[in-house]
Design a protein around this ligand. Structure first.
Ligand SMILES: NCc1[nH]cc(CCC(=O)O)c1CC(=O)O
Length: 308
């Protein structure tokens, strides 16, 4: 009998779109109707329930994953679908993510009815974002701008922008693309303007390490190039991940067998920025990421992470 894969996911519109995409691909790989071989299991997480505070205040990474990983470990679900940028660097013992779908556009988008770009926003404009990384980079580029917290799912944030709570906001191109909201984008931000989050735009599928049948299936869904890019960025993150309150950004790109990795850490006020780049063989992804991480850790000094 063909096994039915229970796919665990958060319940946000974006999360459900991503989980349904994974279900579709699992069904294709098994040459079977999607409703026969998959079932979507919606799991509420702490990150979904707490809406009134910045995520960095209540614990940051792990908030969107803990309950889902518990159910996976207990075999109440078979696989879990995650936005890789929301994943802590270390997974719980017994769980692995070795299946990544092809990465979407990793850039952030600038959304505003007041200006065409971050640099042309009027003096003293208000930018809504609860992302420390986005806020810090906005402050670095535009010290005159006021950043206000903007939490909630993508639809909620778009509503706040439409209601005039802020003059502009920043959201991941990947999420907006998947939600068919690209018409809301004023302009994508180049990596030079705003370096994306580690693994932004990549969807990962988590499973129990011991589940060989799932491993065999998921192997067919894995996108190798995305895997290398995410490996480089997450290796960088792992070296620096002293605190989930530190703004960290990285983007790896591959052409042929060559990888270029751009990385950055900065203080939340954007006043102190450390950036470095690595180029090398894509096969050395993890080494490139670790090496960039060690350099920035050294340059920032032992007290950099204390200030935040
Ligand atoms: N932090 C929430 C989150 N996690 C993943 C995405 C977008 C999709 C992705 O990056 O794969 C978003 C929304 C956003 O930042 O705009």
């Amino acid at each position: 009998m063909q096994r039915r894969y229970r796919i665990g996911t958060r319940g946000s519109r974006l999360a459900l779109i991503q989980a349904n995409e994974v279900a579709r691909r699992i069904a294709l790989a098994l040459h079977a109707p999607v409703e026969e071989v998959t079932e979507i299991v919606v799991i509420s997480t702490a990150g979904d329930r707490v809406q009134d505070r910045a995520l960095s205040e209540i614990g940051g990474k792990g908030l969107f994953t803990e309950e889902i990983e518990e159910q996976l470990a207990d075999a109440r679900i078979d696989v879990a679908v995650h936005s890789m940028k929301d994943m802590p660097t270390l997974l719980p013992e017994g769980l692995v993510i070795d299946c990544l779908l092809e990465r979407a556009d990793p850039r952030d988008a600038f959304l505003s009815s007041k200006a065409n770009s971050l640099m042309s926003l009027p003096q003293g404009a208000v930018v809504g974002t609860s992302s420390l990384r986005r806020a810090a980079q906005v402050r670095a580029r535009r010290p005159d701008v006021t950043v206000v917290p903007f939490r909630g799912n993508v639809d909620t944030r778009l509503k706040k922008l439409a209601d005039g709570v802020a003059d502009a906001t920043l959201l991941a191109m990947a999420g907006l693309t998947r939600m068919d909201l690209l018409e809301c984008v004023t302009a994508p931000l180049s990596p030079e303007e705003l370096l994306p989050a580690v693994a932004q735009g990549a969807i990962g599928i988590e499973r129990r390490a011991a589940d060989d049948e799932a491993a065999h299936l998921l192997e067919k869904l894995h996108h190798t190039e995305t895997g290398l890019r995410v490996a480089a960025e997450r290796a960088f993150l792992a070296v620096l991940d002293g605190s989930c309150r530190t703004p960290i950004a990285a983007l790896a790109e591959i052409s042929g067998d060559h990888m270029r990795l751009r990385t950055m850490i900065l203080t939340p006020d954007g006043a102190e920025i450390h950036e470095t780049e690595r180029e090398g063989l894509a096969a050395d992804a993890v080494l490139l990421g670790q090496d960039a991480g060690e350099e920035l850790k050294g340059r920032a000094g032992p007290h950099f992470f204390d200030t935040v």
